[in-house]
Ligand binder design. Structure first.
Ligand code: HEC
Ligand code: HEC
Ligand code: HEC
Length: 381
């Protein structure tokens, strides 16, 4: 008995020492060029599937309505920037370097129909990425809502024809004007895929930015680029260009006058009782819980309020999301973001829905005919 135990211990020590010696010798081949042995590929994928299944069950909350078409344009636009290079897209091949990775990223259009990932499992993969494979995590872990948009898109990807994909990911084929500054032109063409050249926004999860205050836009873009405001989609978009170009884009959108937001700002049927509650919060606040009247700051158009954004006529879904992020202290922004976080610290869910619905129904800022706060941008300079 003692003898066998001693032998077992010895065997373990010898095996461990042998393994270390092999690793130290450098004979194990880490070259990606040779690919994995089939058994290694199978084992790694099996470990990944088990891990994704367990963590999806433990950590991912239930999905929102994934059939909502408003989720698609921003997700498709982000897919074109951040995923298509590795995973291909309808009518678009994978990048050459992606093909040389080990493991090679699957062409999701053809691959996804052969998998049985649940919505929660796809969410887990896209939010956290996969170690030892090159599959990156979502740029912000504070935005599970954006990841749900991507899951909704991935669900539709296998049947999507190239023309539908192109429209979703690159916009309606609008040609941005050209200026003397090619960097600005390229950046504006990129923003316009989601926001339009006039800043109207292509769905209710993409905010209207045409006619927004220039100092707020400039500070916001800087905050995304530096990672102080959490959004996987906008952090990627803002880091694709330089700080001076971001300032020119802020000036461009501040001076823009969108004809109409492409989606109605106050979605759904208005509920008069809810709107009355929203109006009461906007004009009087919720005094017993220390929530101030929103219009004390948001209705003011003086230079001191340059970092208080216009929210009248903004999409209700967008306003609602931002208010939750502020309350949970998950949204940064301009140097004044904390002022807003304190204002809504004690606000409740039904109050958020009501005040968002009320603001969404007010005459929209930056509509044609209103004065531009800033002179037209000198984009050529
Ligand atoms: C640098 C290349 C790269 C980028 C960029 C990338 N991925 Fe991946 N992705 C991979 C690789 C490699 C795997 C395979 C992981 C494995 O099998 O262990 C993978 C796996 C996946 C899977 C699971 C497929 C399966 O069934 O095994 C999904 C879903 C996915 N990626 C979605 C995305 C999305 C959405 C984006 C963009 C937000 C993205 N990926 C960006 C490389 C990439
Ligand atoms: C792939 C789609 C996409 C692209 C490309 C994109 N945006 Fe956005 N943008 C969004 C979404 C979605 C949001 C909402 C993000 C959030 O919740 O913080 C947003 C938010 C913003 C905001 C914040 C508005 C506010 O009221 O606080 C600004 C400003 C902005 N974008 C400007 C730009 C500029 C400038 C570019 C080009 C450099 C750009 N965006 C590119 C989708 C996009
Ligand atoms: C004390 C002044 C103040 C009060 C009161 C206030 N806000 Fe704000 N609000 C701000 C500032 C400043 C910002 C900009 C934060 C940033 O830098 O991103 C902001 C941002 C917002 C945004 C984000 C808009 C966007 O485009 O992303 C929403 C939505 C908003 N406020 C709604 C409200 C509502 C609803 C109330 C009332 C319950 C309210 N605010 C009360 C100062 C205030």
């Amino acid at each position: 008995m003692i003898l066998t135990l001693r032998r077992a211990v010895l065997a373990v020590v010898v095996l461990a020492a042998g393994g270390l010696l092999f690793a130290w010798s450098g004979l194990f081949n880490v070259a990606a060029s040779t690919g994995h042995w089939p058994v290694t590929a199978w084992f790694l994928h099996w470990v990944m599937q088990n891990s994704v299944g367990t963590y999806a069950m433990l950590t991912v909350e239930s999905p929102p309505d994934l059939d909502d078409p408003a989720l698609l344009p921003a997700a498709a636009g982000h897919y074109a920037t951040g995923c298509a290079y590795c995973h291909a897209a309808p009518g678009e091949p994978q990048g050459d370097v992606a093909n040389a990775m080990t493991p090679p990223p699957p062409r999701l259009v053809d691959w996804l129909p052969h998998t049985d990932w649940s919505d929660k499992e796809l969410h887990r993969i896209v939010e956290h990425g996969v170690k030892y494979s090159g599959m990156p995590a979502w740029p912000s872990l504070l935005r599970p809502d954006e990841v749900w948009g991507m899951v909704a898109f991935l669900r539709r990807l296998p049947e999507m024809d190239p023309a539908t994909y192109r429209t979703l990911a690159y916009g309606e084929g609008e040609t941005p004007p050209t200026s003397a500054n090619p960097d600005f032109d390229a950046a504006l063409a990129d923003c316009a895929r989601c926001h339009g050249v006039d800043g109207a926004g292509r769905s209710t999860v993409i905010p209207v930015i045409g006619g927004q205050k220039q100092p707020y836009l400039a500070a916001t873009l800087r905050a995304y680029a530096e990672g102080h405001r959490a959004s996987g989609i906008m952090q990627l978009a803002a880091t694709k260009t330089t700080a001076p170009v971001l300032d020119l884009l802020a000036a461009h959108y501040a001076a823009a006058r969108p004809a109409a937001a492409s989606a109605p700002a106050g979605e759904g049927a208005p509920d008069p009782e809810m709107l009355a509650q929203g109006e009461a919060i906007a004009t009087r606040g919720v005094p017993n819980r220390g929530v101030p009247a929103c219009l004390a700051c948001h209705g003011v158009d003086r230079p001191e309020a340059a970092h208080v954004p216009h929210i009248e006529g903004q999409h209700a879904a967008y306003l609602d999301r931002q208010l939750h992020l502020f309350r949970e202290e998950e949204r940064g922004g301009s140097p004044y973001w904390k002022v807003m976080a304190v204002a809504v610290h004690e606000i409740e869910d039904d109050e958020i829905a009501a005040v968002a619905a009320w603001f969404a129904r007010q005459p929209r800022f930056g509509a044609p005919g209103t004065a531009a706060a800033e002179p037209a941008p000198e984009a050529g300079g």
